[in-house]
Design a protein around this ligand. Structure first.
Ligand code: ADP
Ligand code: MG
Length: 260
């Protein structure tokens, strides 16, 4: 291939946004020559490589945009250590179908049982399935809505949080809300209802939500929206961290230490 043609191919790749082909042109050509590929096989190979590279980039960017607080994946989740989590349901959710259907997911359970881990793992899987995801803690979310309201920009902020196809609200109920904050959250949930999916992790069973929100009515209205189309998982058992420490002898459960 003449240098002029090579330059022109690179230029065309650039204008067509075929970054990977441009970057690997020489290697791809060498491989094709060595393997004696047909024209069709060559075209097939370079287009597949470009597509794979674009998909990988999209996922990388989607994960950045999602603002996950840690790197956790579903592959790292030990289902045997947590028998109250149904792996089939997790697998189904990881396809992202629930996001397409604007179905919510509620993960209930005490601290340390893997709620945030599952939420991040599912979030990543949903990004890979091609949807936009945003992760926030309930405290961050309420603070942002509260601030926006005091600055007269509430509608804008609600619209921003209404946008992602999946919004993950982590740690709902760790801190009780003021009634005003509960109203702010309610506005957002109403905006998302039946349009986009919301995944919530909480340490409070639904019977406690009235106390969390400081208002039984608003808690009931919120739950009504959230549970209408939803999957719920109630995770039980001991904190995974404590289990790990116990295995390594760093921690003994209170009942055992009392006996000692
Ligand atoms: P929660 O959000 O329920 O309080 P986390 O998801 O933060 O709990 O889990 C606490 C820690 O234990 C994290 O580092 C998490 O990765 C790990 N963990 C919890 N459950 C599991 C599990 N079943 N398999 C692997 N790691 C787990
Ligand atoms: Mg958590």
């Amino acid at each position: 291939m003449s240098d002029i043609t090579r330059q022109r191919v690179l230029e065309h790749c650039k204008r067509l946004y075929l970054g990977l082909i441009a970057q690997r042109l020489d290697g791809l050509l060498e491989d094709a020559a060595r393997e004696d590929l047909t024209y069709l096989d060559f075209l097939d190979r370079i287009l597949a490589a470009e597509l794979a590279s674009k998909a990988e980039k999209r996922v990388r960017m989607g994960i950045q945009i999602a603002h996950f607080p840690a790197q956790k994946t579903l592959e790292e989740f030990d289902f045997q250590a947590q028998p109250s989590v149904d792996p089939r349901l997790v697998r189904e959710l990881s396809t992202g179908r629930f996001v397409a259907n604007a179905t919510n997911v509620l993960l209930f359970g005490p601290p340390g049982v893997g709620k945030t881990h599952l939420a991040i793992g599912l979030g990543r899987a949903v990004v890979a399935a091609g949807y936009t995801v945003l992760f926030v803690t309930a405290t961050e979310l309420i603070a942002a809505l509260d601030k926006a309201q005091s600055e007269g920009r509430l509608a804008e902020k609600v619209a921003q949080y209404a946008k992602p196809k999946l919004l993950i609200i982590d740690e709902l109920g760790y801190l009780p809300f003021e009634k005003r904050a509960a109203h702010l959250l309610f506005q957002l949930i109403v905006r998302r209802y039946e349009r986009t999916a919301t995944l919530i992790t909480t340490n409070q069973m639904v019977t406690q939500w009235g106390a969390v929100f400081g208002d039984e009515m608003i808690a009931a209205a919120l739950l009504d929206r959230l549970l209408h189309h939803s999957h719920t998982m109630v995770i039980q058992g001991d904190s995974y961290r404590k289990k790990e420490k116990r295995r390594s002898g760093l921690w003994t459960p209170p009942s055992e230490s009392a006996r000692q």
